[in-house]
Write a protein that binds this ligand. Structure first.
Ligand code: SF4
Length: 420
């Protein structure tokens, strides 16, 4: 089978697609780089917001347009939330909800006409990526009132530490991955269900001790899951100096109605501890605007807190009503125009803060993992503290980690020169 895999939504979705690619390649199938070359297409879908749902439907329709002969499979959160609608999307032959996702490889393989050479694990997506997403946990035991993830992905459950460590070492040895990103629906809850006393901390320690991975990055972490002692581990320069800590709101009253298990005071304390322990760490976040009942005063309070905290990057989301969530039944939903105005104002703040963070590194050197060469011949990659750098170099920098001297700040990236 010639299969094209794609994903909409979070890094967790991507890491699941990468795991599926490995499995299908081991089963003798060929992972192709475009939908046009495929006889089967599988998409890991998303339903975290109404916009994500629209994006999923759009993606499915455009893949069918690109290759009307191909058989389409839709899996993941949208397929779980909207199974009937999924089944009616053009070209869709299989709807695989989250509960069945772990069997996706078998389900798709059963479609296979003639398996190819078994065991060619090297021919996977990984060879096309310098940074590999590794799923270590799924599901969530929290009750944020706006969130649909828990009902779509179920209770929190962790992978065995030995399996994760083994997979990462395989990615380093077989796919030459230089950076691994640990992902989960609620990554900070890693190991709690397995009785690992130190949870995520012990996993990070094990990966650093038992693998040769050059860079280790953590994806989104709920702030209440982090002990300040975790930051001690960042003495090891293999750990990327970035924490994505969703704040959602800078107003305590709104946080309470969101069911968030954190206060702004506790959030500030955690950020201060990270900045004390890890110089120039990038604190990135998610901020929601227009949550039901967020009156002007509450928005102003939240905005002022975000302004004071000075993030390196902010993803801004207008509140999106999700079916069957407690927040959807709250009174005082905010008018769309007001939500858009607040989102615009907060995105302008986010741009200013991002720019201020980037300017701190002019004239300095930062480690960059070079990911690809652009059509104009320039190389582009990411620093460990999550800044995109573009540089001109004669040498082949593909999948190399080098120091880069930061020369200037341009739209969307830093201009640098690789120090070789
Ligand atoms: S922690 Fe909250 S926002 Fe995150 S997945 Fe769980 S319920 Fe959703």
């Amino acid at each position: 089978m010639r299969i094209y895999l794609d994903s909409v939504g979070c890094r967790l979705n991507w890491s699941e697609i990468e795991l599926l690619a490995q499995e299908l390649a081991r089963a003798g199938h060929t992972i192709v780089a475009s939908a046009a070359e495929a006889d089967t297409i599988a998409v890991n879908s998303c339903a975290v917001t109404a916009q994500a749902e629209r994006k999923t439907r759009h993606e499915m329709r455009s893949l069918h347009r690109d290759n009307p002969q191909a058989r389409l499979a839709i899996m993941g959160c949208y397929a779980t939330l909207r199974p009937e609608t999924s089944a009616r999307l053009p070209g869709v032959r299989w709807v695989i909800p989250n509960a069945e996702k772990e069997r996706a490889g078998d389900l798709l393989t059963n479609l296979a006409q003639s398996p190819g050479r078994p065991g060619e694990a090297g021919e996977t997506l990984e060879t096309m990526r310098t940074r590999a997403f590794v799923k270590v946990q799924d599901g969530c035991d929290n009750h944020c009132t706006y969130c649909i993830v828990r009902s779509l992905r179920g209770r929190s459950r962790s992978r065995l530490m030995a399996d994760v460590v083994h997979e990462i070492q395989m990615l380093v040895e077989k796919a030459d991955a230089r950076e691994v990103v640990l992902t989960g629906a609620c990554l900070g809850a890693y190991g709690q269900d397995l009785g690992y006393p130190e949870g995520l901390r012990s996993l990070v320690e094990a990966v650093l001790a038992d693998t040769d991975v050059r860079r280790l990055r953590l994806s989104s972490l709920e702030p209440w899951d982090i002990q300040e002692t975790l930051f001690d581990l960042w003495d090891d320069s293999r750990l990327c100096r970035q924490f994505h800590l969703p704040l959602q709101s800078g107003c305590d009253d709104t946080l309470r109605r969101m069911g968030r298990r954190i206060t702004t005071e506790a959030f500030s304390r955690l950020v201060a501890a990270a900045r004390d322990q890890i110089p120039e760490v990038a604190i990135t976040t998610d901020v929601m605007v227009g949550f039901p009942g967020e009156n002007q005063a509450a928005f102003d309070t939240s905005y002022a807190f975000v302004e004071k905290t000075a993030f390196a990057k902010i993803h801004v989301f207008p509140y999106s009503k999700r079916p069957h969530t407690p927040a959807s039944r709250l009174p005082h939903h905010i008018a769309s125009q007001v939500k858009e105005d607040r989102a615009r104002k907060t995105r302008n703040l986010a741009r200013r803060q991002r720019c201020r963070y980037r300017l701190r590194f002019l004239g300095r050197e930062l480690p960059v993992l070079w990911e690809k060469q652009r059509q104009d011949g320039h190389w582009t990659g990411w620093t460990d503290n999550y800044l995109r750098v573009v540089a001109d170099a004669e040498q082949d920098l593909m999948n190399q980690i080098t120091q880069a001297r930061i020369l200037s700040a341009e739209k969307g990236h830093l201009r640098g020169e690789a120090v070789l």
